[in-house]
Write a protein that binds this ligand. Structure first.
Ligand SMILES: Cc1cc2nc3c(=O)[nH]c(=O)nc-3n(C[C@H](O)[C@H](O)[C@H](O)COP(=O)(O)OP(=O)(O)OC[C@H]3O[C@@H](n4cnc5c(N)ncnc54)[C@H](O)[C@@H]3O)c2cc1C
Length: 283
C-alpha cells in the first residue's frame, strides 16, 4: 500500500484579511481561516492516487490549535489520518524551522512513507520554500510545480509546465512533489465525508494525533521565534507611483526623448532592446 503524506497549512481568508497600515501587520486573528489552496490541491492529488490504487493518506499540519479544523476537513475529503504539530514554542517558525519540525515529525510519526505532497506555495506567506527544504531535510529527491502525478511500482511520473513547454519527469520513491495551483481542481466536501470523518475510530488508530515540541525531541529552551534564522524586518504595502510628463517638440524630438528616457522600460516590457536608432525613420 502506498503511504502518502500531504502537508497542509491553515491560512487566513485573504479577501477578509484586515491590514493595519499603522503597524504594517496583518490582523490574522480577525480573518476566517481556511485550508491553503495549494495544500488543498496537494490533498486532491493524493485522493486521486488513492482512487486508483491502495493508498493511505496522512495529512499533517503545523500551526496553532485551531489548525486542527483543516485536519478534520482533510479527513472528510479523503485523508485517513491527521497529525497536528502545535506548541507555543513552535510559533513564529520561519520556513527553515517549519521544514525541520515537519521533517522530524514525519521521521517519527510516519515511518515508511513513499510520497510527500506539498503545495507549491501558500496563499498567505507564499515563499514556496517549505517543500524543497523538507525534501532536503529528509534527504529525498523533489520536483516542484507539478500538475500531474502518476504512480508506478517504485517511481512516479510527473508532468509540469516550465516556461513555454511541458516536461515529463520520473522520480524514485520515497520522494516529494509540490503541486501548483493550475493542477487538481479540488472536489466539494460531501456530507458522507463529514460523517465518515467524525465516525468512531479504532483504539489503536487515532483519527487526529496532536504532537508538541517536547514529543519531537525539542528541549525546554527551544523557541522557534528566536531560533529562526530569518527575520521579517518590515511588512508594507508598496505605494503606487505615477508620473505625468509632457514631452514637447517635433514628433522626432518627442520620440527621441521617449526612447532615450523610457526605452529601457518599454523595451524590458516588450522583451526588446529599444534604442534611439531603432526609430531613425520617424520624422
Ligand atoms: C503556534 C503556531 C503559530 C503559527 N502562526 C503562523 C502565522 O501566524 N503565520 C504564518 O504564516 N505561519 C504560522 N505558523 C506556521 C509557519 O510559521 C509557516 O507554516 C511557515 O513559515 C510556512 O511559510 P509559507 O507560508 O511561506 O510556506 P510555503 O513554502 O509557501 O508553503 C508551501 C507548502 O508547504 C506546506 N506547508 C507550509 N507551511 C506548512 C505548515 N505550517 N504545516 C504543514 N505544511 C506546510 C504546504 O503544503 C504549502 O502549500 C505557525 C506555526 C505554529 C506552530
Amino acid at each position: 500500500m502506498l503511504n502518502i503524506i500531504v502537508c497542509i497549512k491553515q491560512v487566513p481568508m485573504v479577501s477578509q484579511l484586515p491590514w493595519d497600515s499603522r503597524t504594517g501587520t496583518l490582523k490574522r486573528e480577525l480573518a476566517q481561516a481556511m485550508m491553503d489552496p495549494a495544500s488543498r490541491r496537494g490533498l486532491e492529488a493524493a485522493i486521486q492516487i488513492k482512487e486508483q490504487q491502495p493508498a493511505r493518506i496522512t495529512a499533517i499540519t503545523m500551526g496553532p490549535p485551531m489548525a486542527e479544523e483543516i485536519l478534520h476537513q482533510a479527513r472528510a475529503l479523503g485523508a485517513d489520518q491527521g497529525i497536528l504539530l502545535t506548541d507555543r514554542k513552535m510559533a513564529g517558525a520561519d520556513t527553515f524551522l517549519t521544514s525541520l519540525i515537519l521533517a522530524r515529525a514525519i521521521q517519527q510519526e510516519c515511518r515508511g512513507f513513499d510520497l510527500i505532497i506539498c503545495g507549491a506555495q501558500t496563499s498567505d506567506s507564499e515563499t514556496g520554500q517549505v517543500g524543497p527544504q523538507l525534501a532536503e531535510e529528509l534527504d529525498i529527491p523533489a520536483i516542484g510545480f507539478v500538475n500531474h502525478v502518476a504512480v508506478k511500482p517504485t517511481t512516479i511520473e510527473v508532468q509540469r509546465h516550465v516556461d513555454d513547454f511541458s516536461e515529463t519527469l520520473e522520480m524514485d520513491l520515497p520522494g516529494l512533489v509540490t503541486v501548483d495551483l493550475t493542477a487538481y481542481k479540488p472536489r466539494y466536501l460531501a456530507l458522507a465525508g463529514v460523517e465518515q470523518a467524525f465516525a468512531p475510530q479504532g483504539v489503536n488508530l487515532p483519527a487526529i494525533s496532536i504532537v508538541d515540541a517536547s514529543q519531537l525531541g525539542f528541549d525546554g529552551k527551544f523557541n522557534a521565534l528566536k531560533d529562526s534564522p530569518t527575520r521579517i524586518i518590515d511588512v508594507f504595502s508598496p505605494a503606487a507611483q505615477k508620473e505625468t510628463r509632457v514631452l514637447k517638440g517635433s514628433v522626432k524630438q518627442v520620440v527621441d526623448q521617449l526612447f532615450d528616457e523610457y526605452g529601457k522600460i518599454i523595451g524590458g516590457a516588450m522583451g526588446k532592446d529599444l534604442k534611439t536608432h531603432d526609430h531613425d525613420g520617424v520624422k
